[in-house]
Design a protein around this ligand. Sequence first.
Ligand code: HEM
Length: 448
Amino acid sequence: MNHVYPPGPPNDTFGMRHLAAMRDDLMRFCSRLQRRYGDVAWFRLGPLDCFHLTHPDHVHEVLVEKSKSFRKPTRLKQVFGRFEGQGLVVSDGDLWLRQRRLVQPAFQPAQMAGFVEPITELTREMLREWGDTATIDFAAEMRRLTLRIVARTLFSTSVDDAVEPLGEAVDVIQHWSMREMNRVMPWPTWLPLFGQPRVRAALKFVDSLVRRIIRERRVSLTRGADLLSQLLNAVDADGNGRGMSDRQLRDEMVTLLLAGHETSAAALTWSGWLLATHADDQERIANEVRSVLGARISEFADLPRLAPVERAFKESLRLYPPVYFLSREVADSVQIAGFHLRPKSQVFLNPYLTQRDPRWFPEPEQFDPQRFTPECEHDRPACAWFPFGAGPRACVGRSLAMLEGTLVLTTLLQQFRLQPATGQGEPTPEWQLSLHPQGGLRLNVQRR
Ligand code: HEM
């Protein structure tokens, strides 16, 4: 067996220097690793071996070919488990497999068709508020919109009245999670968020809202065209033939709410910036939208002809992947990139760096939606672009996220022209739970 380690930075006794550098500026640390040591770099954090992998083939090995040898890292489970219980993002093994089988069918294309109208309608509502011309915080607008969309697709209209407080609670939870992920010592799990009244209140709010809706739905037996109805009806035909308990249902609903909101908001915000700063591309895409739709509202059947919008959205996910960093823990010894990885080793994958590598994307800093024509996509290694992850644990909400991205941008470009507001320079990426422009994004919007 090969016990040779890949190259990497010199290690100190506890890896404290690396940990400090990662917490200080994660992407600078990772870029340096890639520049100095190449596609495979190794370092130690305390007793743990850590591997930073940026080659698409190695990403494929970890996420697809040998995914069974990995699990979600302990820290991630501790932090997100606080809110999401045993939901899909944090569970592993048999429980994860059963839940994935139950949740996945809710995201099939047939189900997505029912979401076209609410997504478009909520976007048009937002655009009406913009008037004819305005300077807006586009990032804040996208956060508000995607929360409304995820709430509507999960619960139909049951949370319309509670969307504002729900947004505040979700913000508090996300901030706390990010801080915890960065701490050297996590908040002990046996402390029930003691001394954290805002976080406790936020969790209580989300928890009671979701539980109330589940209870009401079970009693009323009405089924809406939403994900909750799909999950209430789901039975594990390949397993014990049963559906989910209320507890599991609550965990999955909270998971979908948290996983589906910030990520989509970030993706749309960066798309807005890229379109605003590439006026020619923006006009070309707006003209294509006009030739497909004129002034009418999009329908599910229009989607194949809205491919130019989808390509721009994919290109934005390449340049600014909301989930810019993925981690795994080795469960069983495994060979990756020709090196032997022991159990508990940590593996870090980096969509941001892989997707800006000139070997797969020539002139990587350039915004060029044509990279996503079917021919160009076919010519690249499978995991050169992986903003939704890959393999069995790839994003379960990908179809909804792509639908949402395409429809929101289509509706927006149909009605408005985007430009950077005076004084809005190139935004600095902020490496939060998802990748956001620091301090928001100010755009001028003008009705066409
Ligand atoms: C542009 C928007 C989105 C992006 C970039 C994104 C990205 C990702 C990525 C990279 C993963 C895999 C993480 C890993 O392997 O460690 C993931 C998993 C997941 N995503 Fe998304 N996501 C998006 C939208 C959504 C939406 C709309 C939902 C649901 C409403 C959702 C629900 C989930 C869930 C439940 C998982 C865990 C799946 C599992 O482990 O089985 N995501 N997402």
